[in-house]
Design a protein around this ligand. Structure first.
Ligand code: PEP
Ligand code: MG
Length: 848
């Protein structure tokens, strides 16, 4: 249902304002399309005038319609006669059906290009269902971006009958929340994401309290615990489907956020009675010593009040966009590497879009409060709600809000964070946040200590994932310690020693060295190539996205780069990298790998990874659309440029080119011909090998034919799972089921290896399955001879390979092909591991 309330429309552009009847176009001026206003723009990006849903985008990207929460449909048309530009000069920044917040950038356009090729830049904003609403102008002067320009009031009669296409049944259902810890940030984000998949409006009811399912803070604010009963209410055209999906999402347990698996874990610290000892709670085990360093939050300058709202709205919107862009960039790096961290930062992105939070801040601004204070107050209010719930897990989620409070404040105040930490510092703070941890992990710190905080907070999860000792709830005394003071932290025992003796420091240092020695031995073994017990060499390469990651991988023992995702060069910038820049970047990766081979995958954008400078048509099913090698067919110049850069790196014998998303032989042949033509043009005779990713079922089924022309295969199990199982690889609710150990995938891998073997080609795996220790015997058994894994896992995977025997693996993997589910395969893999250890132990005993 629409809420029938008045809404304010804010200027989507800045520039002089014109009444509609002065627009030099009779269709707009005559009001045929609806009532509204026009702006002659001075800036190049159209922003959302209010929060709402994108209900239509012109194919040619020059016009967009948004439905506000009161049902008003706002059409914005950039320039006059711009349809004839066929999309040239316009870059879409949102997708159809997406929810947008007020001020969110919608379409970027090339001012000069549009001005030169069209009648006018005058941009119209009108209500396409204006028969149901009254428009009350707020201003007639030139407007700044985000300034209030119109009030939209539902007409009384319309209010009664206004059910629009959002009409439909209201349906409701009750469910017990199965998520461990209740509806904290990640399960709340899952419900929100599920609700977003439907047109209906959905709400969560608990007693007499209600939260709209588009707001993470509102959901968390209800304080719903594990096994609490809630009611879900959906209203709209697809309400029944929405309800079914939401009930299932609420009733399916997700992987919880576990406290550290330490027997010594306590949830409450011991009192600080002992001199020289601060007691806290272990959030991540480990023993460390080092000088204390403080990390403090942003100090908010005083607000004189009475601020003009327009610029403050703008400043807040700009800061929110900047933080979102920064989180997006972090996510590119974290995805596929640190799953937990990626999920946490995805929840942060959802919080930054949260209508309750953002609207609350904008309302404070309307009262003359500075953007920094408005944002701070909006966050503090939500933190107070979460902390008052008497649910520790939810109270700890206030830490995520504080993280965003700090990040946005820093963006607003223009503060850059540059840390100057002594080596092996023990970092102390009132409470650290996930983004602090991301920043700190770029320095060589020894441990983390917090005066407040909890063992199940996101920052604790991240510390555990990085093996960094972490203590929380140490109390305010921690903050009285002087920077530089040398401490010992024994996280497992839950305490900090503030005045350790020299002997104690030696003892800790000795323990630290012994641990480092063990790691060194593992690493030394990682430098040697991995052979199975019967002598078969399996190459363990690394998946990397830059030259510095390649250098790290080499240090960790990688036998080569099995997948260089070249997207790293193309994302987060406004123009494409030219041939020379690409050539240097690829050469740097080759140089970083010494004498080892490097597989470079051609650009795999499209789908959900869009580039500002490469506008592609809006697609209903982007992952089934123009992505991977298909992009080379629609934008051949882009692929040619990349191929030219690749042909010029040296030595060519160490460079292997790999094509993503190939689904038929002709695609491969076409690229071979292109490479021949480009090499001839460049006068180059040496030629890199050309391989194909097997990540579409069609490619696996055609493996034998592809192997006639490909030099090698590398199986992309991430996409192969997505396309074989028809499950979105990024769908939070399906994450546990998108399992590459599904027998259907194993059959495809088997077919791939058989097809390759017929033509003497080798097969690698570069999807996440290659880094899964349970899968190592299966893949070797099916005939894979190269595993490309995340760099820190090289040593572990090599150690596993050395325990295996090829013929055992072969017999075992053949049996798995007959199983019925991924679960059954996983169980069989676990049993195989146990059986093998027994066999090896008894063989050793007999041999002795
Ligand atoms: C894959 O799909 O398994 C793969 C390695 O490619 P990406 O994850 O980059 O799509
Ligand atoms: Mg892929």
């Amino acid at each position: 249902m629409h809420d029938n309330k008045n809404i304010t429309l804010h200027a989507p552009l800045e520039g002089p304002l014109l009444p509609l009847d002065q627009v030099p176009d009779p269709v707009f001026a005559g009001g045929t399309l609806g009532d509204g206003i026009a702006i002659d723009p001075l800036n190049d990006c159209l922003h959302a005038p209010c929060a709402g849903t994108i209900i239509h985008i012109a194919r040619t990207r020059h016009a967009i319609t948004l439905r506000a929460e009161n049902g008003a449909e706002i059409l914005m048309h950039i320039g006059l006669d711009t349809v004839q530009l066929k999309g040239e000069g316009f870059t879409l920044l949102v997708e159809p059906d997406s929810q947008v917040v007020r001020g969110q950038p919608l379409i970027r356009f090339d001012l000069d290009y549009v001005a030169q090729h069209c009648t006018s830049l005058i941009t119209v904003m009108l209500l396409s269902n204006s028969d149901q609403y009254r428009l009350l102008p707020c201003t007639t002067r030139p407007v700044t971006l985000g300034q209030a320009v119109l009030e939209v009031e539902p007409k009384a009669a319309a209010a009664k009958s206004n059910t629009g296409d959002n009409a439909g049944q209201t349906v409701r259902g009750r469910v017990h929340i199965a998520h461990q810890g209740g509806l904290h940030a990640r399960p709340a984000a899952l419900l929100r994401q599920t609700a977003q998949g439907f047109k209906s409006r959905s709400e969560l009811h608990v007693g007499d309290r209600v939260a709209p399912l588009n707001s993470l803070v509102a959901i968390m604010g209800l304080g719903v615990g594990e096994q609490d009963e809630v009611e879900i209410v959906c209203t709209g055209p697809d309400s029944e489907h929405a309800l079914k999906a939401l009930l299932a999402a609420a009733a399916t347990p997700s992987v919880g956020e576990h406290a550290p698996a330490s027997a010594a874990v306590q949830l409450k610290p011991k009192a600080n009675h002992e001199a020289g000892v601060l007691n806290g709670v272990c959030a991540s085990p480990g023993l460390a010593s080092g000088p204390l360093a403080r990390l403090d939050g942003v100090r908010l300058p005083d607000d004189p009040g009475n601020n003009e709202p327009g610029p403050q709205h703008q400043a807040l919107d700009a800061a929110l966009s900047a933080v979102k862009a920064a989180i997006d960039a972090d996510l590119q790096h974290l995805k596929g590497k640190h799953g937990d961290a990626a999920e946490i930062f995805e929840a942060h992105l959802a919080l930054l879009d949260d209508p309750s939070l953002v609207e609350a801040a904008h309302q404070h601004i309307e009262h003359g409060i500075a953007a920094s204070h408005a944002w701070s107050q909006a966050i503090d209010a939500q933190c107070t709600i979460l902390k008052a719930l008497d649910k520790p897990l939810l109270a700890e989620r206030a830490n995520d809000l504080q993280d965003l409070q700090q990040r946005v404040l820093r963006a607003l105040l223009g503060e850059r964070r540059e840390l100057d930490l002594p080596p092996s510092a023990i970092v102390a703070a009132h409470e650290l946040t996930p983004s602090d941890l991301l920043l700190l992990s770029q320095h060589s710190i020894a441990g983390l200590c917090m005066a407040a905080g909890g063992a199940t907070s996101h920052v604790a999860i991240l510390a555990r994932a990085r093996g960094l000792p972490c203590l929380v709830a140490l109390g305010a005394d921690l903050l009285a310690l002087a920077p530089g003071q040398v401490l010992v932290m024994d996280a497992e025992q839950g305490h900090v020693e503030t005045a350790p003796s020299v002997d104690r420091l030696h003892e800790v240092e000795l323990a630290r060295r012994q641990l480092a020695e063990r790691r060194k031995q593992q690493q030394a073994a990682a430098q040697v190539s991995a052979r199975t017990r019967d002598g078969r060499v399996i190459e363990v390469a690394a998946n990397v996205a830059s030259a510095s990651e390649a250098a790290d991988a080499l240090t960790l023992g990688a036998d080569g780069v099995g997948l260089l995702r070249t997207e790293f060069l193309f994302l987060d910038r406004h123009t494409a990298p030219d041939e020379q820049e690409q050539r240097s970047a690829y050469q740097a990766v080759l140089d970083a790998m010494g004498e080892r081979p490097v597989i470079i995958r051609t650009i795999d954008v499209g789908g959900d990874k869009q580039l500002d400078y490469l506008p592609l048509p809006v697609e209903a099913n982007p992952v089934l659309g123009l992505r991977g090698i298909r992009l080379g067919q629609v934008r051949p110049e882009l692929l040619d440029q990349q191929l030219r850069a690749l042909l010029q790196v040296s030595p060519q014998r160490r460079c292997r080119i790999m094509l993503p998303m190939v689904s038929e032989v002709d695609e491969l042949l076409e690229i071979r011909q292109r490479l021949d033509r480009l090499a001839a043009e460049l006068g180059i005779s040496e030629r890199a090998e050309l391989g194909v990713m097997i990540e579409v079922p069609a490619a696996a089924l055609l493996a034998e034919r592809l192997a006639e022309h490909a030099d090698f295969f590398s199986i992309g199990t991430n996409d192969l799972s997505q396309y074989t199982l028809a499950m979105d690889r990024d769908h939070a609710g399906l994450a546990a089921r998108v399992d590459a150990l599904h027998p259907a995938l194993l059959r495809l891998i088997d077919l791939t290896c058989q097809g390759a073997a017929r033509h003497g080609r080798w097969v690698g795996v570069c999807g996440a399955l290659a880094s899964d220790l349970l899968a190592t015997p299966v893949l070797i058994g099916l005939g894979v001879s190269e595993l490309s894994v995340s760099p820190p896992q090289v040593g572990e995977i090599k150690a596993r390979i050395r325990q295996l025997d090829t013929s055992d693996c072969r017999a075992f993997s053949q049996k798995l092909l007959g199983l019925a589910s991924a679960q059954a395969v996983r169980q069989a893999c676990r049993d195989f591991g146990i059986r093998e250890v027994h066999t090896r132990t008894s063989t050793l005993t007999t041999e002795q």
